[in-house]
Design a protein around this ligand. Structure first.
Ligand SMILES: [Cu+2]
Length: 69
């Protein structure tokens, strides 16, 4: 498992946190560790999920991943 920290723009409140949490949790191979306004930390199985898939899931929820590290 690999730990990734995502920087996310467009988040402003607890509803955003919940929406991002839900979006990331739905990606196969991802375990959400924590989500706060502007950032999320996840554990990823690199053979099942890519950072691109994480960015797409966040984008589908209406937010934007600005950096992954
Ligand atoms: Cu919000």
């Amino acid at each position: 498992m690999q730990t990734l920290k995502l920087e996310i723009s467009g988040m402003s409140c607890g509803h955003c946190v919940k929406a991002v949490d839900k979006a990331l949790a739905q990606v196969d191979g991802v375990t959400v560790q924590s989500v706060a306004v502007g950032e999320a930390t996840v554990s990823v199985d690199p053979s099942r999920a890519t950072s691109q898939q994480l960015a797409e899931a966040v984008a589908d929820a209406g937010f934007q991943v600005t950096a992954t590290h």
